[in-house]
Design a protein around this ligand. Structure first.
Ligand SMILES: NC(=O)c1ccc[n+]([C@@H]2O[C@H](COP(=O)([O-])OP(=O)(O)OC[C@H]3O[C@@H](n4cnc5c(N)ncnc54)[C@H](OP(=O)(O)O)[C@@H]3O)[C@@H](O)[C@H]2O)c1
Length: 331
């Protein structure tokens, strides 16, 4: 774990953000959590690269409209190239409605599942009773990804392209232990306030997301369905964004100096996210960190990690099948 921190510090100070990407005329991208931070800057870059259509998935429409105006002001593109659609990952029905609306798009070239939270207060989602960090960063993110697969495969077959689905993860997946993996039901423990350390919850959510990502990408490879889709996950490094709004230490406490010294801007952070949308077919199943594919933590790859991964996946599927029957068969 100390090694993971050391690596983070070193790389934050030495790795330069990618600064050029191919033009994307005619292409359509969906970006969740696109009203602020890395999502907003990724959308701005795709607009600058001449994307034909951008769908900004946001939970507050007025914030999404502001983001759209901010992008248009900097790129001078036509307003019709950007649409703001409601998406609240706290609500499964919102996720399902968003996915259904995506089916009306003619094509989708890339989906950046970027929306995420780092909550410090334990709170449960109204519809499913799951702790909100886990619901947002993992359960709804996975549900949306799976629900979009049939459309992405259809686009692949109709246009002869390989659309990309990418989930934004984090190096912090390597900086937390997962004793919950040994409990009879992992998510019951994660939803028990008495057993929860909220200071670690964000890190844990990204570890659980890493497990879900790896299992899902293997299942996509094995399913052999027609229509190719590349599925990857991408870590942007530590960035100074709205993510830390619930963490007072970031502004004034012991973490403030670290943030000032090593955190990237949201523009640079987005430049570390975008490579995920420009990989070839060999980028399927890959974890992209600081712009390059690399292995996730040794725990994730260990025998214990693999057992935890299977258990996490089984429980996620039990939960998602209850809200969207047949969802696992879509993979
Ligand atoms: N910043 C970092 O150091 C860092 C490092 C590694 C990974 N990441 C990941 O990068 C991604 C983007 O984070 P960021 O740093 O850009 O933070 P941010 O500025 O807080 O952006 C997060 C975005 O997610 C949206 N969001 C949160 N909850 C949502 C929900 N229930 N439904 C729909 N949208 C929701 C937020 O919308 P609202 O404005 O409405 O809240 C916001 O647009 C996250 O997945 C984060 O975990 C960040």
């Amino acid at each position: 774990m100390a090694a993971a921190f050391g690596k983070l510090f070193y790389r934050q100070l030495t790795v330069k953000a990618p600064d050029s990407f191919p033009q994307v005329p005619g292409k359509t991208y969906i970006i969740t959590g696109a009203n602020s931070g890395l999502g907003l800057e990724a959308a701005r870059t795709l607009s600058r690269l001449n994307a034909a259509k951008l769908i900004l998935g946001v939970r507050t429409i007025s914030k999404g409209e502001e983001a759209k105006q901010s992008i248009l002001a900097s790129t001078k593109r036509d307003a019709s190239t950007i649409e703001v659609w409601p998406l609240d990952l706290n609500s499964y029905s919102s996720v399902i409605e968003f996915a259904q609306r995506c089916e009306t798009l003619d094509r989708i070239d890339g989906v950046l599942e970027n929306a995420g939270v780092d909550l410090k207060k334990f709170e449960k989602s109204a519809d499913s009773g799951d702790e909100l960090t886990i619901k947002t960063n993992v359960l709804s993110t996975v549900l949306l990804g799976i629900l979009l697969l049939p459309k992405l495969r259809d686009v692949s077959l109709r246009y002869g392209i390989v659309p990309i689905l990418s989930m934004v993860s984090s190096q912090v997946h390597a900086m937390v232990k997962f004793p919950e993996a040994k409990d009879p039901n992992i998510f019951d423990t994660l939803n028990d306030e008495k057993k929860t350390k909220m200071s670690e919850r964000y890190f844990l959510s990204k570890l659980v997301l890493m497990f879900a990502f790896r299992e899902m990408s293997d299942k996509m490879t094995a399913s052999g369905k027609k229509g190719k889709v590349i599925f990857n996950n991408v870590a942007p490094g530590l960035c100074y964004s709205g993510l830390h709004r619930n963490n007072p230490d970031i502004e004034a406490g012991p973490q403030a100096l670290m943030m000032k010294t090593i955190a990237r801007s949201t523009v640079d952070g987005s430049a570390f996210v975008l490579p995920a949308l420009f990989v070839g077919e060999d980028g399927h199943g890959k974890y992209i960190n600081d712009g390059k594919a690399e292995e996730p933590s040794s725990y994730v790859r260990s025998k214990c990690g693999q057992e935890a991964q299977k258990k996490v996946w089984k429980e996620i599927m039990q939960k998602l099948e209850a809200v969207s029957p047949g969802v696992e068969r879509l993979i």
